[in-house]
Design a binder for this molecule. Structure first.
Ligand SMILES: Cc1cc2nc3c(=O)[nH]c(=O)nc-3n(C[C@H](O)[C@H](O)[C@H](O)COP(=O)(O)OP(=O)(O)OC[C@H]3O[C@@H](n4cnc5c(N)ncnc54)[C@H](O)[C@@H]3O)c2cc1C
Length: 386
């Protein structure tokens, strides 16, 4: 099948996608099952991914990055997620934190930090969610109060990718308890400063390579120059990036499903039962046809959203459709792949169990399936509103 984003990807984009594929074969594929079993964060592999340039695809050239667009980033991270969503998600969060810190804090002395993040020596992440507020982001309680020309931050964050090890956090906080989303600002927070306490990594069903966890700030001092987005702009900037994030999560779900389908079809073409190959039983091969059809539809929706994100067009609805459909297709299809293979599908040297658990994680990251439903329902209802 020709790549429907091909016209958006130049030679430099093809080079980084090829690099992502090589890195996946050499580093991710051989270790993904081991990361799952050991239930640890693959710190060294994240560093290697950064060294391969995979955390600087969209980073501006002026900050030392490749300055490429969304389409090559999507394709590169799909290649990684085909082997391990959790690892791909951890690395893409490092990529995004690097890009945003460089963009929002240019000229404020972060060049050294950006260089360390590009080399994978420092890990970054983005902290919106709190123990008491997930989908309802405007309800966050992390408090930021003026302290001279700087700020004091107090509160807790939870469910943050890379928080298990991160050195720097893009941290959203409320500056005015009565202002709702208009009071939300973003700060650069350092883990080695007084007032920062890291929580133990969350023990979850699914890839521990994602390094998900939380932290607490107690009277933490942020300097004036560490205000990344002022009140009001913080909420808007978080929402601006969300359509791209929903689209790449959809792409990663497609990649997991494609890998699951290949695994099942390969096994089915070798397994004999009742005098023929598993794949020759019509009832079984039709299961694969259903999965392949869902996969095609998910890819079309994802690439449509990716085109809009890449070109800077309104991607809210395309991204919601893509994420909802691709995640549900992956959950349904991966479970069907396991069933297709019989008990063999449960064995951990196949990636199906890992993909299935990770498809469940993907159903929450960057807005749950219910939140996508709300976006889509709003558009349906608006058509009939007076
Ligand atoms: C693996 C993983 C990694 C994550 N990484 C990050 C990260 O890096 N940074 C970060 O800030 N957050 C991160 N999150 C948090 C994620 O964004 C939240 O889990 C998500 O926003 C949902 O919030 P919640 O889990 O608190 O569920 P809640 O908001 O408590 O929702 C509970 C249930 O209600 C549903 N629901 C919500 N709103 C509605 C509605 N209006 N109508 C009907 N149903 C509704 C939800 O879908 C869910 O099923 C991560 C989560 C996971 C699982």
């Amino acid at each position: 099948m020709t790549d429907s984003l091909a016209d958006l990807i130049d030679d430099a984009g093809h080079t980084v996608i090829a690099k992502a594929r090589d890195f996946t074969q050499q580093v991710v594929a051989p270790q993904a099952a081991e990361w799952q079993n050991a239930r640890t964060y693959p710190r060294e592999a994240i560093r290697q991914g950064c060294q391969a340039g995979l955390a600087e695809i969209e980073l501006a050239k002026t900050a030392g990055g490749m300055g490429l667009g969304f389409a090559p980033k999507l394709r590169a991270f799909e290649a990684i997620a085909a082997q391990d969503f959790a690892f791909a998600f951890a690395l893409i969060n490092q990529h995004n934190a690097t890009t945003r810190i460089a963009r929002d804090m240019a000229g404020r002395g972060v060049e050294g930090l950006i260089a360390q993040m590009r080399r994978g020596e420092k890990i970054g992440c983005t902290a919106l969610t709190e123990p008491g507020a997930g989908s309802d982001f405007a309800a966050i309680k992390m408090r930021a109060s003026k302290d001279g020309d700087g700020w004091r931050l107090t509160g807790a964050k939870a469910w943050i990718t890379n928080a298990a090890v991160a050195d720097v956090f893009i941290c959203y906080a409320q500056t005015d308890a009565n202002a709702g989303w208009r009071g939300i600002a973003a700060f650069l927070v350092y883990a080695d400063r007084p007032g920062f306490t890291r929580a133990a990594p969350f023990d979850i069903t699914g890839g521990m390579a994602i390094g998900v966890g939380g932290f607490r700030l107690e009277n933490y001092r942020a300097e004036a120059a560490e205000l990344m987005q002022p009140p009001g702009a913080g909420f808007k900037s978080a929402m601006t990036g969300i359509n791209g994030a929903r689209t790449y999560v959809a792409g990663m779900a497609c990649a997991m499903l494609a890998n699951g389908l290949d695994t099942a079809a390969r096994y089915g073409s070798q397994r004999d039962l009742f005098g023929k190959k598993l794949i020759e039983h019509q009832g079984q091969r039709w299961k694969l046809a259903d999965i392949a059809t869902d996969l095609e539809a998910a890819r079309l929706l994802t690439d449509r959203a990716a085109r809009a994100v890449h070109l800077g067009q309104d991607a809210m609805l395309p991204a919601a459709y893509a994420k909802k459909f691709a995640i549900e297709a992956a959950q349904r299809g991966l479970a069907a792949c396991v069933q297709f293979m019989g008990a063999e599908g449960l064995r951990n040297h196949h990636p199906l169990g890992r993909h299935l658990a990770n498809a469940k994680l993907a159903a929450y990251t960057d807005g749950s399936t219910e939140i996508q439903n709300e976006r889509i329902a709003q558009a349906v209802v608006e058509r009939f509103a007076k």
